[in-house]
Write a protein that binds this ligand. Structure first.
Ligand SMILES: NC(=O)c1ccc[n+]([C@@H]2O[C@H](COP(=O)([O-])OP(=O)(O)OC[C@H]3O[C@@H](n4cnc5c(N)ncnc54)[C@H](OP(=O)(O)O)[C@@H]3O)[C@@H](O)[C@H]2O)c1
Length: 280
């Protein structure tokens, strides 16, 4: 089987590629700049942009399924080309916000963005397997600068609790799905195996580092001004609402990882150990 991976230089995509290479699989990775991709030598890196339908169809020769990174922009021309090239099935990275279990999800940035990606796949006439993920543990890498400088994290809702998912768990699902056609065409909801508060998340990163870390409460205004140069107002609002609500009701645990892999997902402690170098 030929594995076709987009977003292969990203946090999830790189995990997928590495797992497949370990299994000696034949992997094609589509990258915007293959020469800078720094992928394993066994991988065939091909040039392509997800927002450009003008792509050489030959790169899809022998490909039945692709892993789709949900790129920003109009991916419909790309998907039309994929379909014309003979691909049948797309495993798409999506978001739990599309399931809209909570009022806050409706019309949120993530809901609109990922729903558009899912719809684009269906409208192109491709079979869609959607991996609707909850919050990535990798988001906490944003804490690295203040941890490195002050051994502290500054948060408006430190008692909010999230079931953060390890990027390797998402990769496990993608790799497992490629080999299980009976599980295609469905929606899977993914989360980490346990919800823990942000105070505990800080503490566990400290344990991995071997130094105690401080968690300081700040106002939502202070938080907003500290991140406003990196995030849009819409995204900041979405995050603050999510944190406020998960203070009262911790994230629910989603079962997609076990449905697909038959295993239990990696713990937050595992994620902290795997990323400790990024906090040093
Ligand atoms: N953070 C969360 O809590 C969360 C939760 C649910 C879903 N998500 C979704 O997960 C995604 C982030 O995943 P990630 O962490 O793996 O991403 P990432 O580390 O930011 O990597 C992005 C990847 O996508 C590629 N890419 C971006 N635009 C492209 C384009 N137009 N054409 C081709 N390749 C393109 C990049 O390739 P280049 O090398 O060319 O730059 C890179 O490989 C987002 O869509 C986000 O909404 C996130």
């Amino acid at each position: 089987m030929k594995y076709f991976i987009t977003g292969a230089t990203g946090s999830v995509g790189r995990q997928i590629v590495n797992q497949l290479v370990e299994q000696n699989a034949e992997v094609t990775a589509m990258c915007r700049v293959p020469e800078n991709s720094n992928l394993p030598k066994e991988v065939q890196a091909v040039k392509g942009d997800l927002t450009d339908g003008n792509i050489n169809k030959q790169i899809f020769e022998g490909v039945e399924t692709i892993f789709l990174f949900p790129a920003e922009g109009d991916i419909r021309p790309f998907l039309r080309t994929v379909k014309e090239a003979g691909v049948r099935h797309v495993i798409a990275l999506s978001s739990l916000a599309v399931s809209a279990h909570f009022q806050r999800d409706l019309n949120s940035f993530s809901n609109k963005y990922h729903l558009a990606v899912e719809n684009a796949v269906r409208e192109a006439g491709l079979k869609l397997t959607a991996l609707r993920s909850g919050t990535f543990a990798n988001n906490l890498l944003a804490w690295a600068p203040t941890i490195k400088m002050t051994r502290s994290v500054f948060l408006p809702f430190p008692d909010s609790a999230q079931a953060l998912i390890h990027e390797a768990d998402i990769a496990d699902c993608v790799v497992a799905l490629f080999a299980q056609p009976a599980k295609w065409g469905k929606v899977y909801e993914l989360s980490g195996p346990k919800a823990i508060t942000q105070r505990e998340q800080v503490e566990k990163i400290g344990q991995a580092l071997g130094v105690p870390l401080n968690c300081h409460r700040v106002t939502t205004e202070q938080f907003t001004s500290s991140v406003s140069q990196f995030m849009s107002t819409e995204i900041i609002k979405m995050i603050l609402t999510y944190w406020e609500e998960t203070t009262l009701q911790p994230d629910m645990i989603r079962t997609g990882y076990t449905e697909i892999t038959g295993k239990t997902g990696r713990s937050f402690e595992q994620w902290a150990e795997d990323h400790v170098g990024q906090f040093r």
